[in-house]
Design a protein around this ligand. Structure first.
Ligand code: 5GP
Ligand code: ZN
Length: 111
């Protein structure tokens, strides 16, 4: 999608520090990490947020969670948090579905 930062990262038009890539999704480190380990997993198909997940397209979410588990093991994460912000009120700033994976320190409670 035009003017989507994450679509541009997928297309290689914006550089990123990639951790993993397959036909369906991409994982790369967050540019402004909120924890010692903070990476993002995104689908290659553009969805604005988790609010656009349906019975027809939800298999990509299962794939992304398989990748998260695989990367957590690969990176030796001793516990981790998966977060997706959905809409501006939740703090979503990039409107391309993404799962934050946070680890490497004791994480605080939600607010
Ligand atoms: P949100 O606020 O939408 O939940 O999360 C968007 C995340 O994308 C933020 O944590 C932000 O630091 C990250 N981000 C925004 N632009 C870029 C970029 O160009 N490269 C990378 N690697 N991360 C980005
Ligand atoms: Zn996009």
């Amino acid at each position: 999608m035009a003017d989507c930062i994450f679509c541009k990262i997928i297309a290689g038009e914006i550089p990123s520090k990639k951790l993993y890539e397959d036909d369906l999704c991409l994982a790369f480190y967050d540019i402004e990490p909120l924890a010692p380990k903070h990476f993002l997993v995104i689908p290659k198909e553009h969805f604005a947020s988790a609010a656009e997940i349906t019975a027809e397209n939800s298999s990509v979410v299962a794939d992304m969670f398989e990748v998260i588990a695989q990367l957590a093991a690969q990176e030796g994460l001793d516990g981790f948090r998966v977060v997706t912000n959905c809409g501006p009120i939740a703090g979503q700033t990039v409107h391309h579905l993404h799962f934050h994976v946070l680890s490497g320190k004791q994480l605080g409670s939600f607010n």
